[in-house]
Design a protein around this ligand. Sequence first.
Ligand code: ZN
Ligand code: ZN
Length: 142
Amino acid sequence: MKGNNKTLPRLLIIEFLKKNPDKRFTARDICNGINIKKGEAVKSTVYRNIDKLCNEGRLVKYKEPNAKAMSYQYSEGHGSCKEHSHAQCSECGKLFHIDNEVFADAAKKMREQYGINMDFQKTLIIGICNECKEKKNRFKRP
Ligand SMILES: [Zn+2]
Ligand SMILES: [Zn+2]
């Protein structure tokens, strides 16, 4: 049965995420961010919808450094998060959606030289974003 009670949380979640692009949320943040009556049943509906959105590639689920809970980020204008790789800043945890083109040459070399077929969806590049790099450089100065 498809009733309002089932579709409403999903719409609210998407609306909330769209309002906050490029931000990261835990499932709890999302629960707090959408204005629906609190209750265990509603909470599990929200969690189920979050999982569904992840499976559809509209949300990407990942772990931030030093965080206990998983974080989620909405993918708008980046295509499906199931079809591209991601890069994460090891300092601030910011997530970047990476175009497959970026890895096209690398993927070819991986296949030819190492016999590895890259799984773009599961590939996570770890680095330091420019912002954090600048911060670090600033601290280094005497
Ligand atoms: Zn993505
Ligand atoms: Zn950073």
